[in-house]
Ligand binder design. Structure first.
Ligand SMILES: [Zn+2]
Length: 374
């Protein structure tokens, strides 16, 4: 879901567009230009309808962005880092670095988005009235009126009490606060989310049967997406719960097979890639971690250079994002692996290579724990 086009930064948060967004942008502009606006304002030139459609779609995009930004702003103010905001087919998604640590924070973050949409709805409604008053008959008032409607719908849809929608988060915060049990609160909130998703899918099929094909497909689509999201977010919480208190130190492999940076690439291939069959190795000088060497990089190097090129010439550097600390939590480690798209990460303390941790090491502990019903 991270893939997309990087746009710009707000409060230091990277805003990106998922490719699917272009499809939806086109669809919205098209349906406005061909359906909604000609119905509201008949007998205008086609170009005007298209211009109105494009401007409205753009302002809708800004509305969704402001909704996500206000979630992010409150999260940042509560000390939760935001990895980025991706706008995609069904709106936006702010990727927070971790779940809030208490119910109150969760509540504040969740309510911020719908509050922003509500404020926008109000602003667009007032603007629409204002334009009507100052420039009677202007098409601008229709644009604002549509944005008032759509922001209102955004408020209503997001307040549905099914996790992971905002309303579901509010419900979870409420249950969490009452029972002090995050896992149980999430279970209930995601179950409501799944039921609501089923209801949407059912309504979608009812629409399709009665001939409203496009509406129906939309409902089914959103319902399926919501169902998936509800299941996944519950899984994440269960995972976090069973890995609570587990540190990188507890799971890492201490005797790491590391490569000396002065080795030739030929020796590296013969003595490491063939022998151990990993796709990457940490590179060291003494005990100090210097970089990472991957099979991919070696493959790119012409074979005749293997004998005289050294590992240090072609290795990639280590970034703090791609390195673990022994005292880091297993959940954070897993998150880093997912963000960096790496199956293994080196563990470093004071510049020295202490071990290596693989995703499988974490997942097998999780599997054992969940099999034992812990
Ligand atoms: Zn939201």
């Amino acid at each position: 879901m991270d893939k997309g086009i990087k746009l710009f930064k707000v409060f230091g948060i990277q805003i990106s567009l998922n490719y699917s967004w272009f499809i939806i942008f086109g669809l919205i502009a098209w349906s406005l230009a061909q359906g909604y606006f000609p119905q509201m304002r008949p007998d205008l030139p086609l170009m005007t309808y298209w211009l109105m459609g494009l401007i409205t779609a753009l302002l809708l995009f800004l509305s969704v962005l402001l909704h996500e930004l206000s979630h992010s702003y409150v999260a940042l103010a509560s000390g939760i880092e935001i990895k980025g905001i991706t706008l995609f087919i069904f709106g936006g998604l702010a990727r927070i670095s971790r779940e809030p640590s208490d119910a109150r924070t969760e509540f504040k973050i969740a309510i911020a988005g719908p509050a922003a949409s509500l404020a926008l709805a109000l602003v667009f409604w007032l603007s629409s009235r204002g334009v009507d008053f100052l420039m009677p008959g202007s098409v601008i008032s229709s644009i604002f009126y549509y944005l008032f409607l759509i922001n209102g719908i955004l408020v209503a849809f997001n307040l549905i009490p099914g996790f992971p929608l905002d309303g579901g988060r509010l419900l979870r915060a409420y249950l969490w606060n009452r029972t002090d049990n995050l896992k149980e609160a999430t279970r209930i909130a995601s179950r409501v989310g799944k039921w609501f998703a089923l209801l949407l899918i059912f309504a979608g099929f009812a629409n399709i049967i009665t001939g409203r094909l496009l509406n129906g497909i939309w409902f089914v689509f959103i319902g399926m997406f919501l169902r998936q999201a509800a299941a996944e977010s519950y899984q994440v919480v269960v995972l976090q719960h069973s890995l609570e208190g587990v540190k990188v130190r507890d799971l890492m492999t201490s005797n790491v097979i590391a490569v000396d940076e002065g080795l030739s690439v030929a020796e590296l291939v013969e003595g490491y890639f063939f022998k151990y069959r990993y796709t990457s190795f940490p590179v060291v000088s003494g005990e100090e971690l210097r970089g990472i060497i991957t099979l991919k990089v070696v493959k790119k190097l012409p074979r005749e250079e293997w004998a005289y090129k050294q590992v240090r010439d072609i290795m990639s550097g280590v970034f703090s994002d791609a390195v673990l600390h022994p005292d880091e939590s297993a959940v954070d480690a897993l998150r880093k692996m997912t963000t960096e798209e790496k199956g293994r990460l080196p563990v470093v303390e004071g510049g020295r290579l202490k071990g290596i941790l693989a995703r499988n090491d974490i997942m097998s502990l999780y599997k054992v724990k969940s099999d034992l019903g812990k």
